[in-house]
Design a protein around this ligand. Structure first.
Ligand code: NDP
Length: 254
């Protein structure tokens, strides 16, 4: 369908080499986009690119550390040089460090904030002139249920993800007249390396999530493909500043 067709669009997905980023990258690739997979681990990056190419898409890997402004600028420059422009940015790279608030070091706090929140600001700033140059574009920020709820063992993570929602709203209001739509996706509990670590750390956690989720299961990375295509495509041209939960109903369950 034309509304969801991404043929001719170039999409950068940070953290696109595995997990939720790869799930979204698959959706974008299947809708016709050229996907730039951007992350640190080049081996996983190459595997992701091979998979996306097997879907018939153009794809490439660009190494990036999203906590470094120079690295982010180089990522965007490489995408533009190789593919002629950028139309979509998915700010997906993220980490979690789990402990009680009183136990974090300042370095740990900064590591989480830099990776999850400051990175999205830096990447958005870096792509802005390129989105403008092609007449507009799409920025998709990956929040979390912890954009909304508090987390006992995730003070900096929750702060970063709450901040992402506010950053989304501010960029949406600033750049609306440039025809740039900025939205957030708030995934529920998705089976990835990130949450496998949490399940290993907290016995019973796995079952608690399944019980509390109306859909009665954990999310899969492919559950995020559809929303990525919607928010990257013309289908969402009048949707901006929104936060869309993709959570199997987790956030509406009392
Ligand atoms: P993974 O741990 O599987 O993936 C994290 C991704 O982020 C990897 O691709 C990793 O690549 C990349 N990344 C981390 N640090 C950096 C960095 N400094 N520079 C560049 N890339 C980086 O986790 P998920 O797929 O689960 O998480 C993806 C996003 O979704 C995160 O923002 C997370 O907070 C969010 N999320 C996840 C949920 C879940 O249930 N899984 C729920 C809600 C939100 P590499 O290490 O190669 O750099």
């Amino acid at each position: 369908m034309r509304l969801f067709d991404l043929t001719g669009k170039v999409a950068i997905v940070t953290g696109g080499n595995r997990g939720i980023g790869l799930g979204m990258a698959r959706g974008l690739a299947e809708a016709g986009a050229t996907v730039v997979v951007a992350a640190r681990d080049a081996e996983q990056g190459a595997a992701a690119v091979a998979e996306l190419r097997s879907l018939g898409a153009e794809a490439g890997f660009v190494p990036v550390d999203v906590t470094s402004q120079a690295s982010v600028d180089a990522m965007v420059a490489a995408a533009v040089d190789t593919h002629g422009g950028v139309h979509v940015l998915v700010n997906n790279a993220g980490i979690a460090i789990r402990k009680a608030p009183q136990e974090y070091t300042l370095d740990e706090w900064r590591q989480v904030m830099d990776t999850n929140l400051t990175s999205a600001f830096l990447c958005s700033q870096a792509v802005y002139p390129h989105l403008k140059a092609v007449g507009g574009g799409k920025i998709i920020n990956i929040g979390s249920m912890l954009s909304v709820f508090g987390g006992t063992f995730s003070a900096p993570y929750s702060a970063s993800k709450g901040g992402l929602v506010q950053l989304t709203k501010s960029l949406a209001t600033s750049w609306g007249r440039d025809n740039i739509q900025v939205n957030a996706v708030l995934p529920g509990w998705i089976d990835t390396d990130l949450t496998r670590a949490t399940r290993a750390q907290f016995p019973g956690f796995d079952e608690r999530i399944t019980d509390r989720t109306p859909m009665g299961r954990w999310g899969r990375i492919d559950d995020l493909a559809g929303v990525a295509v919607f928010l990257a495509s013309d289908a969402s041209d009048f949707v901006t500043g929104a936060s869309i939960a993709v959570d199997g109903g987790y956030s509406v369950q009392a």
